[in-house]
Design a protein around this ligand. Structure first.
Ligand code: DAH
Length: 359
């Protein structure tokens, strides 16, 4: 074995033995740093004759790249071990009994879901659910998002790591960006008539007072032979006045674009909004509240339903958003901070009934 091989084995041994980032950095500095072993040997090249210099120079360069590669691999391994340790340390045992001194309350999100379930099941909707991990087909393609369409990018998608697949491949796995994915599963598996709501978690890479990387949506899907736009308008107008508990709530359907519906609309509700005052109900302002439309014939086709026989409507809304509006909660991030003071303030008592205001 020549000197370079001995040195290589020696350094690789220390790379593998480094058990944290600090010691790995020390190994890197002592091998590749300004005063490192390999750097030192490179500096001595000048004293060699040309043939020897060329040969040694190439060997040292190769060694340098190999060591850098080994260090990169070790960084990845240490990072993933660190993450595993952190996840294990963060684990919460949800089977532990409740501590009696902590008076529990119902989270405003759970309360809002109960309200939504009550209103929609009163209208004859069933509840359907689907997986949080989906692929491009269910999240985009089946829902008529053209390949390369900017709407795909606008979803700030979290993709699952898989070196063999790239964004745009139908089987590329991702965290669903909307609950519309479950429309596809339901249509694939159920003959119309269909009348369902779909509650669930959704994920987008975004974080500020009105966005969190995980949030909740409620989706609706109605398909039958004669379902039409006036059914959509009636259903959503009734839902909104019921949810906000305002009989004559002004509701406006404003044309919009979604790939999976045609025509599509955003729905606004009336409100009063000025510097010191925000109130839902008749007023001189509008507030956007949900998206909806008549299901695009391509979506029906993609999911195995004949668009010449069936038609329908769909809608989707952010559940935290409608909870914030109804209960005056200013910042979405606080929903997930498990701050007891916040929970005591915004939480509901366990026997408080959700409103069922279908009159
Ligand atoms: N999926 C849409 C989103 O996340 C929301 C939506 C809009 C759902 C219109 C629908 C719909 O079903 O018809 O932004």
């Amino acid at each position: 074995m020549n000197n370079i091989d001995v040195l290589k084995q020696d350094i690789i041994g220390t790379v593998h033995a480094a058990n944290d980032m600090d010691s790995l950095e020390q190994v890197r500095v002592s091998a590749l740093g300004k005063k490192g072993q390999i750097t030192g040997m490179m500096q001595s090249l000048g004293k060699m004759d040309p043939d020897q210099r060329r040969e040694m120079g190439q060997a040292l360069n190769k060694l340098k790249n190999e060591i850098a590669g080994e260090i990169d691999n070790r960084v990845q391994i240490l990072k993933s071990e660190e993450m595993k340790k952190k996840l294990a340390a963060d684990k919460i045992d949800v089977t532990l009994p409740i501590r009696p001194e902590l008076k529990g309350s119902i989270h405003p999100l759970s309360h809002t879901f109960e309200e939504l379930f009550t209103i929609f099941t009163d209208m004859g909707f069933d509840i359907a659910e689907g997986p949080d991990i989906e692929d491009e087909f269910y999240n985009f393609t089946a829902l008529n998002f053209p390949p390369e369409h900017p709407a795909r990018q606008m979803h700030d998608t979290f993709y699952l790591p898989d070196d063999n697949l790239k964004e745009g491949d139908a089987s590329k796995k991702l965290l669903r960006t909307h609950t519309s994915t479950v429309q596809v599963h339901v249509m694939q598996n159920q003959e119309p008539p269909i009348r369902i709501i779909i509650p669930g978690r959704t994920y987008r890479s975004d974080y500020d007072a009105t966005h969190t990387p995980m949030f909740h949506q409620l989706e609706g899907l109605v398909i039958d032979k004669k379902t039409n736009l006036s059914h959509l308008k009636g259903c959503l107008t009734d839902f909104l006045s019921s949810y906000f508990e305002i009989d004559d709530l002004p509701v406006r359907f404003r044309p919009h674009y979604f790939p999976f519906t045609e025509p599509s609309a955003e729905v606004d509700i009336g409100c009063t909004k000025d510097k010191n005052n925000f109130k839902i109900g008749a007023g001189d302002n509008w507030m956007e509240i949900l998206g909806c439309g008549m299901i695009h014939p391509n979506v029906l086709k993609n999911c195995g339903i004949d668009p010449d026989v069936y038609q329908g409507f769909a809608f989707g809304m952010g559940v935290e958003r409608i909870a914030m509006l109804k209960y005056g909660i200013p910042d979405l991030r606080t929903f997930f901070e498990t701050d007891l003071r916040w929970l005591r303030h915004y939480g509901f008592r366990s026997l408080e009934q959700p409103n069922s205001v279908m009159k």
